[in-house]
Design a protein around this ligand. Structure first.
Ligand SMILES: Cc1cc2nc3c(=O)[nH]c(=O)nc-3n(C[C@H](O)[C@H](O)[C@H](O)COP(=O)(O)OP(=O)(O)OC[C@H]3O[C@@H](n4cnc5c(N)ncnc54)[C@H](O)[C@@H]3O)c2cc1C
Ligand code: FES
Length: 256
């Protein structure tokens, strides 16, 4: 179930790494939200299409989002002030299934925020790999360290943590004999594909959160269609907004 409502901004600040965090009063939407779901936000009256942003935290009836400046919509969002209201539709989509004795969360760049809330909701079984382009782009490390049993950092250029990519860090853990009941990943598509391949090699169930351009956000317009493998093994189209954004990695057709 989702609702559309005006939500008062309670906090908007720069997080560093070029990212902004925004908390808003979400009313009943807060109680409905699950880690991995997203909200669809109207970014000014002149922009007809809402912008999808993952939910990355909850405190009482407030929800938190973290976003990068990409274009006009996110620029508009970053220029709001506390006390203003946003037109928000949510929570939308399917979130992560979180169960087992140990889950490895693998996040890349702006894919890390939704994993934070997921990890915070199962702290006793959470371990994280966080990958960034460089130290200047790193966000949320302290919060992951507080939420997880272990947090591993990696940067493409080696300026913080290990040098390399997210799937390489995950592979090192798996190769060292660490056992996970599941991997949950969010980040750029190339990273997700590499993490999914690594998970498959070690036979660990993997869920990935996909990103596609969106129109309606509720399964009515087909803008967010992506190719997946159905229960009968045949290729089909799924809606990232309604059937996802979280999918079992083995269902995703990576090379569309
Ligand atoms: C399920 C989901 C969750 C997301 N979560 C986050 C998040 O937590 N933090 C964050 O910074 N970004 C997130 N994004 C990406 C975010 O939606 C885009 O950065 C944002 O829509 C860009 O809007 P804009 O007007 O600033 O940019 P423009 O490029 O001016 O946008 C033009 C149009 O393209 C769409 N668009 C552009 N880039 C994307 C994109 N990567 N994905 C989907 N639509 C796009 C916009 O919605 C808009 O309709 C998420 C996307 C999806 C699909
Ligand atoms: S955005 Fe319209 S169907 Fe997904």
């Amino acid at each position: 179930m989702s609702v559309q409502r005006l939500c008062r901004i309670t906090e908007l600040s720069e997080l560093g790494g070029g990212a902004f965090q925004l908390w808003f009063e979400a009313g009943e939407m807060a109680g409905l939200a699950q880690p991995g779901q997203f909200v669809h936000i109207q970014c000014g009256k002149e922009r007809l299409l809402r912008r999808p942003i993952s939910i990355c935290g909850r405190r009482g009836d407030e929800l938190r989002i973290i976003f990068d400046l990409r274009g006009k919509g996110t620029e508009w969002l970053s220029q709001r002030t506390a006390g203003e209201c946003l037109d928000v539709l949510g929570p939308l989509g399917r979130g992560f299934r979180l169960a087992g004795r140990r889950i490895l969360f693998v996040g890349g760049g702006m894919g890390t925020p939704p994993l934070l809330w997921a990890a915070q909701s199962v702290p006793e079984i959470a371990e994280a790999v966080l990958a960034f382009r460089c130290a200047d782009r790193a966000i949320l490390i302290g919060e992951f360290e507080a939420a997880c049993e272990q947090t591993h950092i990696t940067c493409d250029d080696g300026s913080l943590g290990a040098k390399g990519f997210a799937h390489e860090a995950a592979e090192r853990l798996l190769a060292a004999g660490k056992a996970y009941d599941g991997i949950c990943a969010c980040g750029p598509r190339a990273m997700l594909k590499a993490v999914a391949e690594t998970a498959a090699r070690y036979e660990v169930p993997c869920q990935v959160s996909l990103e596609e351009r969106m129109g309606c956000g509720v399964g009515a317009c087909l803008v967010c269609a992506c190719k997946t493998i159905g229960a009968d093994g045949a290729e089909e189209y799924s809606h990232v907004c309604k059937d996802g954004p979280v999918f079992d990695a083995e269902r995703v057709v990576w090379d569309e």
